[in-house]
Design a protein around this ligand. Structure first.
Ligand SMILES: Cc1cc2nc3c(=O)[nH]c(=O)nc-3n(C[C@H](O)[C@H](O)[C@H](O)COP(=O)(O)O)c2cc1C
Ligand SMILES: O=C(O)C(=O)c1ccccc1
Length: 380
């Protein structure tokens, strides 16, 4: 990959002024375009908001010690994961109920991801069904995120099977959301996207789910989604059951403790996503970038480790990669791009991430991302 940013920095500045630039500017635009309940839901953290704040601040406490004179005229940002090569280390984090941001919801996001060649992780509680999304971008790389149903494990296996059939290439099981976090903003505003029926795409298109319903009116559908989405009794045994039922790689999203990372390896899990859910679940927990180094040490390269939570710009991604992440998930930034300008907004956010990452790698003396573990990092 060549340095796309050269043109941007030297001659193409004027085109860029049509779009917000920083995360804060995109967020501001999203706040103007979204309904207050929906924006409050998406933007705030759980509890006192400590973790959401810590996620962002923690990146600034890690500093890069760059190398010089390394011939960085071309930068190779490609990564290899589960036997597939990707042009950049970026993924779109699973974000449910995207109709909150934009009418076309996940379909618009999926098209942007396809244009930018960034894999998309589709949420269990997406507005559109996983099949609709696959139809919109048949050849783009896609993963499916599962919220396990403890009341109907068969529903979870059915969703996994549908994902596999529709061409999804990995299953991400989110384990930090056994129940919803303590979200005061939503308590105050009385906002619940599930109660409004915004996250039902994958449920109403599932034969196991529909068969389990006493009747098919909207009220029963929503009541049953609430019942199925919580899974406080989820354990490693359930993970093993999912592993048995799919030939796809299975990742666990929401690991912060190195011991849990080791257990994941023992259970044959194929990858880990270090995440605190963007500070939306347990407030007061460690920033994911600070949890990463010990997890990397515990896993010893046996399986790839990805990271999300607080990644706001290219340099954050460079830091995560230097600390041992094999890939980085972009969350709220793309959601705000979607709210601000639909598909084009998501593309723009992703383009900026790629460009800033490329420039940052070059200025760090890192022409090849495969060498990034050599980049010296210190705490400041
Ligand atoms: C509005 C919203 C909805 C989300 N929905 C899901 C979801 O359905 N499944 C999931 O695993 N994570 C979900 N997440 C968490 C993201 O995947 C990701 O972990 C988080 O956004 C990272 O934090 P950041 O966006 O602050 O960087 C959601 C996040 C937001 C903001
Ligand atoms: O809000 C979230 O973070 C999330 O994961 C979720 C859970 C249920 C419905 C929609 C989103």
């Amino acid at each position: 990959m060549t340095i796309v940013n050269r043109d941007l920095l030297m001659k193409n500045m004027s085109k860029e002024q049509d779009f917000p630039l920083t995360f804060e500017e995109w967020e501001q635009q999203a706040a103007e375009n979204m309904l207050p309940g929906g924006f409050g839901y998406a933007s705030t953290g759980a509890g006192r908001g400590e973790t959401e704040k810590r996620n962002a601040e923690a990146f600034s406490k890690w500093a890069i010690v760059p190398r010089i004179l390394q011939d960085v005229s071309t930068v190779d940002m490609s990564v290899k994961l589960f036997g597939r090569s990707y042009k950049t280390p970026f993924f779109l984090a699973p974000i449910g109920v995207q109709v909150l941001a934009y009418e076309e919801a996940e379909r618009a996001t999926a098209k942007a991801a396809a244009v930018m060649e960034i894999p998309l992780i589709v949420s269990t509680v997406s507005t559109c069904s996983l099949e609709e999304i696959a139809e919109a971008v048949p050849s783009a790389p896609k993963w499916f995120q599962l919220y396990f149903s403890s009341v109907h494990p068969e529903l979870s296996y059915s969703m996994v099977e549908r994902a596999e059939k529709s061409g999804y290439e990995a299953i991400v099981i989110t384990v930090d959301t056994v129940m919803a976090g303590w979200r005061e903003q939503d308590i105050r505003s009385g906002f619940s996207p599930l109660a409004l029926g915004y996250g039902k795409g994958n449920y109403v298109n599932d034969p196991v789910f529909m068969k389990s319903l006493p009747n098919h009116d909207q009220e029963s559908v929503i009541a049953s989604i609430f019942e199925n989405i919580q899974h406080p009794n989820l354990t490693w045994k359930d993970i093993a059951e999912v592993k048995k039922r799919t030939s796809l790689p299975v990742l666990i999203k929401g690991i912060l403790h190195p011991e849990d990372a080791k257990i994941a390896v023992e259970y044959g899990v194929d990858g880990i996503i270090v995440s605190n859910h963007g500070g939306r679940q347990l407030d007061g927990v460690i920033a994911s970038i600070d949890a990463l180094p010990e997890i990397v040490e515990a896993v010893k390269g046996q399986i790839p480790i990805l990271l999300d939570s607080g990644v706001r710009r290219g340099i954050d991604a460079v830091k995560a990669l230097a600390l041992g992440a094999a890939g980085v998930l972009i969350g709220r930034p793309f959601l705000y791009g979607l709210a601000a300008a639909g598909q084009k907004g998501v593309e723009k956010v992703l383009e900026r991430f790629i460009q800033e990452t490329e420039v940052s790698l070059a200025l760090s003396g890192m022409a090849d991302l495969k060498q990034i573990s050599k980049l010296k990092m210190v705490r400041q």
